[in-house]
Ligand binder design. Sequence first.
Ligand SMILES: *[C@@H]1O[C@H](CO)[C@@H](O)[C@H](O)[C@H]1NC(C)=O
Ligand SMILES: *[C@@H]1O[C@H](CO)[C@@H](O)[C@H](O)[C@H]1NC(C)=O
Ligand SMILES: *[C@@H]1O[C@H](CO)[C@@H](O)[C@H](O)[C@H]1NC(C)=O
Ligand SMILES: *[C@@H]1O[C@H](CO)[C@@H](O)[C@H](O)[C@H]1NC(C)=O
Ligand SMILES: *[C@@H]1O[C@H](CO)[C@@H](O)[C@H](O)[C@H]1NC(C)=O
Ligand SMILES: *[C@@H]1O[C@H](CO)[C@@H](O)[C@H](O)[C@H]1NC(C)=O
Length: 462
Amino acid sequence: MRSRITTFLAPLVGLLSAVKAIQLDLNSQDSIKSATSTIAYDMMTYYSGNQSGQTPGLLPGPCDSTACYYWWEAGAMFGSLVNYWQYTGDDSYNPVVSQALAFQIGPDQNYNPPNQSKNMGVDDQAFWAFSAMDAAEANFPEPGGDTPSWLAIAQAVFNFQADLWDTATCGGGMRWQVFSFNAGYNLKNTISNGGNFQLAARLARYTGNQTYADWAEQMWDWMAGSPLFQYQGDTLYIWDNTNVDNNCSDVAHFAWTYNYGTMLVGAAYMYNFTNGSEPWGTRINQILNGAFGLFFPADYGGNIMTEFQCEPASNCNNDQSSFKAYLSRWMAVTALLVPYTADQIMPKLQASAAGAAQQCTGGDNGRMCGRRWYSNWDGTSGVGQQMQALSVIGATQINSGIAPKSVDTGGVSKSDPGAGTDVNTSPVVTHSPITTKDKAGAGVLTVLAICFVVGGSIWIIM
Ligand SMILES: *[C@@H]1O[C@H](CO)[C@@H](O)[C@H](O)[C@H]1NC(C)=O
Ligand SMILES: *[C@@H]1O[C@H](CO)[C@@H](O)[C@H](O)[C@H]1NC(C)=O
Ligand SMILES: *[C@@H]1O[C@H](CO)[C@@H](O)[C@H](O)[C@H]1NC(C)=O
Ligand SMILES: *[C@@H]1O[C@H](CO)[C@@H](O)[C@H](O)[C@H]1NC(C)=O
Ligand SMILES: *[C@@H]1O[C@H](CO)[C@@H](O)[C@H](O)[C@H]1NC(C)=O
Ligand SMILES: *[C@@H]1O[C@H](CO)[C@@H](O)[C@H](O)[C@H]1NC(C)=O
């Protein structure tokens, strides 16, 4: 019944909003610049951290209510704006990005500011570090003054996280949370371990230092030996998290775009760093098979990216409403670093970009983006929705000129392998610990759709 009504109303909604909707012609650079400029502008209406009396780098919070964004998503947003500058040449947001990325490094210069102790997951920290790496790899103007280089900030995060390798349970890997007082400390999850893997791989390629590559290998091997990875023929399925309380003997069968994305792009950096050596090419193919099969459903034409665990049922939280931004950006980088994948990746980014643009018809201004790229505006809007549309439309603009730089290819961000190691990083707790409701629900609990595996086959139950 409900879907009939939706189908009946759909053409009307389309007509009413057509006037203000985002117009996008993927064959026109001007059209893409105009569309992404509008979407970025609307995204930044949520940000006031650069205004006097506000804290640079933070989106509205704290997260006791729904109208808030965790610290990590702000970090991710600034990285999306580094990419936006590369995709379009529009540098309007560069000062605000630079200010935020520099401000949130905190006293230890490694994205562990005391104000965020209650949010300090390995993954949260990794997303800020990715944005510092985006800046380094893009030759984004260096922060200058007393602030370390973009590269050194990312190295400081790597050094901090290296101490979190935990052999006491599950034979290695890292716990989700840095601090034991946070809910989720008992989990070892993909985005944290895979985030650290990506960071190590990017540092290896940028600096040429084999130590980072060895680390990335070690992380891959631990994940591959854990239930987080499940191989089936030529396909790799990547699940969300496993629990140290039972020594990682089972796994939560949730499939999210960003988990596939972080493993994909990390493998792509390793492929490129090793001049195309195996086993990285095989691994990339296996991840792509998993991601294409799950997140580009044939029901929507097979090329439109879909967060299938929460979009159809309309229960994505603010975190989940941004995940496709990362898979989009990381697929684009993969197409550059592993050139033979471009033929498979680009049609998917293009169809997804077209789908994203056509549903940006919501809100008071008539052009806010929702989550479902395969359908009309879904009635939601937010930072994640804008970021996802911005990233996928921008990602269609990649070209060899914006391939991630390294010290060998013109990257100028200064290396400091010992960054952050001469400081005491013990946490100063300034907030009460978050609850399971606040945080574990972000990645783990808030799903209606369930995936599970029976007899070696994957079943997706909606
Ligand atoms: C804050 O950044 C916005 C862009 O998002 C810019 O328009 C505005 O002028 C900035 N405000 C200040 C006080 O710098
Ligand atoms: C931490 O919070 C205080 C109080 O709101 C603020 O003055 C400071 O700038 C914040 N620091 C960071 C790194 O966010
Ligand atoms: C926990 O798992 C690791 C890795 O699989 C294994 O090496 C170790 O023996 C296990 N420990 C216990 C107590 O079962
Ligand atoms: C990749 O190729 C470069 C240039 O030929 C060479 O210097 C480097 O050692 C190679 N790296 C690996 C991991 O084989
Ligand atoms: C590594 O990436 C560069 C930049 O995109 C690309 O030109 C090169 O072909 C890649 N190397 C391999 C082995 O594919
Ligand atoms: C390579 O990275 C490791 C780990 O951070 C560091 O100890 C070492 O000094 C680095 N080597 C060089 C040549 O920079």
